[in-house]
Design a protein around this ligand. Structure first.
Ligand code: ADP
Ligand code: MG
Length: 636
C-alpha cells in the first residue's frame, strides 16, 4: 500500500471502531437510559454521524463538486444520496431509525473502494515489475576509467561496458567478451542466450556471466527497452469495445437507476399504497445496490491484467482492443521468410554459366547486396568469404519482391528472381533444385545463379498445430518466393493454403480477399517480419510482428509484437486473449445478475439496506479478484 492508501485504511479502521462502539451503546440500551426517549434517537443520530463523516467526507465533497460541475451521476453521488437519505429517515419519528445503515453504507463503500485502489495499484505494480527493464545508466570508458552516464546521452557507435549482473542499457553489437544473457524479461524465455563477439544484444536483457564490451547501434530512445516501455504506456489508450461499452453503459445506467429509485420512493405512497417511510427506504436500498462499481473497475482491470500476462510471455499487445480481436481470430496468415523460417539462408549451390568462375558469381552478388537488409542479402554476404569494399559500389537499388541492382566497379550487377530478370529483359536458366534462386547478371549478361534455402523455425510446425487446436480454421502462407519452395515448406508445417510469387502489393490484395471472406465475426491475423509486409500488417484485423528480427517499421505497424520471434507464441497470445474475454464476461454477467436480483428484492421490500451494501461491496470484491486472474499465465 502507498502512503495515501495507508492513511485511508487507518481512517476506515478508526471509523469502523467508533461505529462498532456506537452500535454497542445503542443496542445495550445505554443510550436510552441516559437520554430517555426520544432523546436517544437524536443522540445516536449524532454519534453515528461521527464515523460516517470520518470515513465518507471525501466522497460527500466529491459528490457535491460533481453536482456543481453539472455531472452528478456517479458512484459517489449514489452512495451520498443513499446514506444521507438513511440518516434523513429520522424525520419519520414513527419508524425505526436507520442511521446505522446510513453509516454502514458509507463505511463498506469505502472498504470496497480501498480494495479496488489496492488491486489496481497491485496490478500496475506487477506490470511495472515485469517491465522493470529500464536501465539507469550505461558504463562508458573515458580516459581508461569507467564512468556511469545517463543512457540517453550515449551516442550510437560508442563502446559501452556491461558487467555481470547489469542490464544491457542500449542495443548494440558485442565487440569483446563472452557471456550468457538472461532475456526472460523481454521474451519470457528462461534459457539464457549465449553471446560472443559479433552477436547482437538488445537492451533490457541482463548480462549474467562475463564482462561485455558492446558498440551501440542505436540511441537509447530507439533501443528495444524504450520502444517497449512506450508501447506498454500507450496500451491503455486503445480500449476494447467491451470496455467502451461498459463506460457508456455506466453513463446511462446511473441516471436511470437514480430516477427509478426516486419513482419507487414517491409514486407508490402518492398512490396510497403504503407509508412514505417504507417506500423511501426501498428507494434508498435500490440506490445502494445499483452502484455499478464492480463493472466499472473490473472490466478495465481484466484487460490490463491480460496485457500484463501476455507481456510476461514476451508478447506485447498494444491495446485491449487487440486482445479482444485476438480472441476471435479464426484465420492466421503468415509471411514465410523471417516468420515461419529463420530468415537465415544457406547457399545450397552456385551454378555459373560455362566459363564463369563460381566465386565471381558469389562475389558479384555479395557486393550488389551489400546495402540491403533483406534476409537474403544478409545470407549472401555471410556466405561470401572475401572482403566487401563498399567504396566500389554505387547506385544500389532494391526492388521489393524482385531483387537488387547496383554498380560494382562500374559494372551493372543485378541479383534477383525470374521477375527481376524478365523486367529487365535479361535471359536466365531454370534450375531443378528446390530452393530460392538468385539469378545474377553483369552488364546485362547472365553469369549464373545461386540456389539458397532457408531453415524452418524449430517451433513453426508446433505453432500451426497449436493454432488448429485453438480453433483457427485456416492457416495461410503468403510468400514472394517460388511455388516449389512455398509448397515444400507448407507441406512440412501443415499449412492449409499457400500463395507464392507474390509482390508486396499482391499480399495486400490477398489479405483483402481473405478479409472479405470472413464471416460470423471471425477475425484475421497477419504475422510477418515487416520486411516488405508492413502494409499488410496494418490492413489485417490484427497485425503481429516479429520483434527481435523484424524491422522498426513492422513494430510500428503491428498491433501485437512477439519479442522472441517464435510463431508458437501466437497460439499462446490467443489463449491469454480468450481467458481475458471469458473473465470479462463472467464479471459482467455475475455483477449484473446479483444486482438485478437484489434490486428486485429491494423493490418488493424484501432486501434491506444491510443486504444491499454487502451485496454491492461483495460483488465488487469478487469481480476484482476474478479480474486479477487475467495476469496469471502459465509459461511453457
Ligand atoms: P517473403 O514473402 O518470403 O518474405 P519477399 O517478398 O521479401 O519474400 O521477397 C520475395 C522474393 O523476391 C524472394 O524470394 C527473392 O526471390 C526476391 N528478393 C527479394 N529481395 C531480394 C534481395 N535483396 N536479393 C535477391 N532477391 C530478392
Ligand atoms: Mg518477409
Amino acid at each position: 500500500m502507498n502512503k495515501k492508501q495507508i492513511k485511508w485504511r487507518n481512517r476506515i479502521i478508526i471509523a469502523l471502531v467508533i461505529f462498532a462502539a456506537v452500535m454497542v451503546v445503542e443496542e445495550t440500551g445505554l443510550l436510552a437510559s441516559a437520554f430517555g426517549t426520544p432523546g436517544d434517537v437524536y443522540a445516536s443520530f449524532a454519534l453515528f454521524l461521527v464515523p460516517y463523516l470520518i470515513a465518507g467526507y471525501k466522497t460527500l465533497l466529491e459528490a457535491a463538486r460533481n453536482i456543481r460541475l453539472g455531472d452528478p451521476f456517479d458512484e459517489a453521488f449514489l452512495m451520498s444520496v443513499a446514506s444521507l437519505g438513511a440518516f434523513a429517515m429520522v424525520l419519520f419519528p414513527e419508524t425505526e431509525p436507520h442511521m446505522a445503515e446510513g453509516a454502514a453504507v458509507m463505511l463498506f463503500y469505502q472498504v470496497g473502494e480501498l480494495f479496488q485502489s489496492y488491486a489496481v495499484g497491485q496490478s500496475r505494480k506487477s506490470i511495472a515489475a515485469m517491465m522493470d527493464i529500464a536501465p539507469d545508466y550505461a558504463n562508458v570508458e573515458r580516459n581508461g576509467e569507467l564512468e556511469q552516464v545517463d543512457p540517453a546521452e550515449v551516442a550510437p557507435g560508442t563502446v559501452i561496458v556491461i558487467k555481470p549482473g547489469e542490464r544491457v542499457p542500449i542495443d548494440g553489437v558485442v565487440t569483446d567478451g563472452v557471456s550468457q544473457l538472461d532475456t526472460a524479461a523481454l521474451t519470457g524465455e528462461s534459457v539464457p542466450r549465449h553471446v560472443e563477439t559479433g552477436a547482437d544484444v538488445i537492451s533490457g536483457c541482463v548480462n549474467m556471466t562475463g564482462v561485455l564490451r558492446v558498440r551501440t547501434t542505436k540511441p537509447f530512445g530507439e533501443s528495444t527497452v524504450s520502444r517497449i516501455l512506450e508501447l506498454v504506456e500507450n496500451a491503455s489508450e486503445k480500449k476494447a469495445r467491451t470496455e467502451n461499452f461498459i463506460t457508456r453503459f455506466a453513463r446511462v445506467y446511473t441516471p436511470v437507476v437514480t430516477l427509478s429509485a426516486l419513482a419507487l420512493a414517491v409514486i407508490p405512497p402518492l398512490a396510497g399504497m403504503g407509508a412514505w417511510s417504507d417506500w423511501i427506504l426501498r428507494g434508498l436500498t435500490f440506490l445502494v445496490v445499483s452502484c455499478p462499481c464492480a463493472l466499472v473497475i473490473s472490466v478495465p482491470l481484466s484487460f490490463f491484467g491480460g496485457i500484463g500476462g501476455a507481456s510476461r510471455l514476451g508478447i506485447l499487445v498494444k491495446g485491449s482492443n487487440y486482445l479482444e480481436l485476438l480472441a476471435h481470430v479464426d484465420t492466421v496468415v503468415f509471411d514465410k521468410t523471417g516468420t515461419l523460417t529463420s530468415g537465415t539462408f544457406n547457399v545450397v549451390a552456385v551454378h555459373p554459366e560455362a566459363g564463369v568462375d563460381p566465386d565471381y558469381v558469389l562475389s558479384m552478388a555479395a557486393h550488389a547486396e551489400s546495402f540491403s537488409d533483406h534476409p537474403i542479402a544478409i545470407s549472401v554476404r555471410a556466405a561470401y568469404s572475401g572482403e566487401i569494399d563498399r567504396e566500389k559500389i554505387a547506385g544500389a537499388r532494391e526492388e521489393s519482391g524482385h531483387g537488387v541492382s547496383a554498380r560494382v566497379n562500374e559494372h551493372l550487377v543485378m541479383v534477383g528472381n525470374d521477375k527481376l530478370m524478365a523486367e529487365h529483359g535479361a535471359s536466365w536458366h531454370d534450375c531443378d533444385l528446390t530452393g530460392t534462386i538468385l539469378h545474377v547478371t553483369v552488364d546485362g549478361a547472365y553469369v549464373g545463379h545461386i540456389v539458397i534455402a532457408d531453415v524452418v523455425k524449430d517451433d513453426a510446425a508446433q505453432a500451426i498445430t497449436d493454432l488448429h487446436a485453438a480453433g483457427v480454421h485456416r492457416c495461410v502462407m503468403l510468400t514472394g518466393d517460388r511455388q516449389d519452395v512455398a509448397e515444400a515448406v507448407a507441406a512440412r508445417l501443415g499449412i492449409d493454403e499457400v500463395r507464392a510469387q507474390l509482390l508486396p502489393q499482391d499480399k495486400v490484395a490477398e489479405v483483402e480477399r481473405l478479409l472479405a471472406g470472413e464471416k460470423d465475426g471471425g477475425r484475421l491475423a497477419f504475422v510477418g517480419d515487416g520486411i516488405n509486409d508492413a502494409p499488410v500488417l496494418t490492413r489485417a484485423d490484427v497485425g503481429i510482428a516479429m520483434g527481435a528480427m523484424g524491422s522498426d517499421a513492422a513494430i510500428e505497424a503491428a498491433d501485437v509484437v512477439l519479442m522472441d520471434d517464435r510463431p508458437s507464441k501466437i497460439a499462446q497470445a490467443m489463449r491469454v486473449a480468450r481467458k481475458t474475454m471469458r473473465i470479462v464476461w463472467q464479471n459482467i454477467v455475475f455483477a449484473l445478475g446479483v444486482k438485478l436480483l437484489i434490486l428486485a428484492l429491494a423493490a418488493v421490500g424484501i432486501a434491506n439496506m444491510w443486504l444491499a451494501v454487502f451485496g454491492d461491496v461483495g460483488v465488487a470484491m469478487i469481480a476484482i479478484l476474478n479480474a486479477m486472474r487475467c495476469m496469471r499465465v502459465e509459461k511453457n
